[in-house]
Design a protein around this ligand. Structure first.
Ligand SMILES: *Cc1c(COP(=O)(O)O)cnc(C)c1O
Length: 366
């Protein structure tokens, strides 16, 4: 089945002989012994099983595990690693997961943050105990592109795992498993949910193996699992993911072109632009460039803040992937230790009409 078809037809477990078209929400936390495979909702639940089946199919994996947030999913990876492991992670990556590595695993694992777009730098960072290469492409918030195939070769040579945070691209545009990734991670809070009303995360594995058993143990025993209702709403939202993503990407390209020509804009970061340093690699591993972009405003933090305050349609809010357009000055969110430029604005391009979005930007930049 093609992606659009499987996202509509997978992710349903019939529990009712009337065969409803959508799966009912099974709120029960427990199940009668001896009646079926399910015992307790922390370990499994029909709505979570349906969601995990759908997620595995979308990312072409052997299995998927759903978590209560993207951070819980990413953190499960670090929990499942043998203590004393070395992780190579991007210098530009989702702030919350960098914090997980630095704060929660200080003294347990070692981490090197490197420019993953620079393969020589990645090679130089390898240590005898390197067990995990972590890739986020396009990255947050600079939209840097890393070459998943090339990093997968380095990981294989080292006998280490490669995990890819595919939140920005989504499987509509990029399948990390096809490109050599062992694990794919998602914040389902973003495009999967798509309407800024569900928190969730996921891991998808290329194969079921001992490491995956450990991930399942972290999920079941650690217990950072999504509620049956959240699983239901995620399946519902994913049904329209392909169509939403095409809209987001088309709109992002139009906005990137507009911003690139605006005299008040210093630089635009969008992998769909020909001059973007990762454009060639992105074109070789993605079928679309996604709905996220960043740009720097001429001047500093206050000039960038002034643009945000004049916008009417773009909400000044964190997060991304919803139908509504959002903008935020990332450095303000990431705090004093950030390397993100102070005049950088990150935009989650929504599905409003682009004429209205361009008019709003034009007015705010004037
Ligand atoms: C939001 C996000 C996360 C963390 O997900 P939560 O659902 O907020 O815990 C991880 N990676 C990326 C790229 C994200 O955008």
């Amino acid at each position: 089945m093609k992606f659009e078809t499987l996202t509509i037809h997978r992710g349903i477990q019939q529990t009712d002989s009337n065969r409803p078209i959508v799966q009912p929400i099974t709120l029960s936390t427990n199940f009668e012994h001896g009646s079926g495979p399910m015992i307790y909702t922390r370990a499994n639940n029909p709505n979570r099983a349906a969601l995990e089946d759908l997620l595995a199919a979308m990312e072409k994996g052997a299995d998927a595990a759903a978590f209560s947030s993207g951070n819980a999913a990413g953190t499960a990876m670090f929990q499942a690693l043998e203590p004393g492991s070395h992780i190579i992670a991007p210098d530009d990556m989702y702030h919350g997961l960098a914090q997980s590595m630095k704060v929660l695993f200080a003294g347990i694992h070692e981490v090197s943050f490197v420019d993953m777009a620079d393969l020589e730098a990645v090679k130089r960072a390898v240590r005898p105990n390197t067990r995990l290469f972590w890739v986020e492409t396009p990255s947050n918030p600079l939209l840097k592109i890393s070459d998943i195939r090339a990093i997968s070769d380095l990981a294989k040579a080292q006998g280490a795992l490669l995990a890819c945070d595919n939140t920005f691209a989504t499987p509509v545009f990029q399948n990390p498993i096809d490109l050599g990734s062992d694990i794919v991670m998602h914040s389902s809070t973003k495009y999967f949910g798509g309407h800024s009303d569900i928190l969730g995360g996921a891991l998808v594995t290329r194969e079921k193996n001992a490491f995956w058993d450990k991930i399942r143990a972290v999920q079941h025993i650690g217990g950072a699992v999504p509620s049956p209702t959240d699983c239901y709403y995620l399946v519902r939202s994913i049904r329209t993911l392909a169509y939403r993503m095409r809209g987001h990407a088309q709109h992002a390209m139009i906005l990137a072109d507009f911003l690139g020509q605006h005299p008040k804009v210093e630089k635009v970061f969008y992998p769909g632009l020909k001059h973007h340093p990762g454009h060639e690699i992105a074109a070789g591993q993605m079928s679309g460039f996604g709905g996220m972009l960043s740009f720097t405003v001429k001047g500093g933090a206050s000039e960038a803040e002034a643009v945000v305050s004049k916008l009417r349609l773009f909400a000044n809010a964190t997060s991304l992937g919803g139908v509504e357009s959002l903008i935020e000055r990332r450095a303000a969110v990431e705090g004093p230790d950030t390397k993100t430029p102070q005049n950088l604005l990150r935009v989650s391009v929504g599905l409003e009409h682009t004429d209205d979005l361009l008019e709003d930007l034009d007015h705010a930049l004037a």
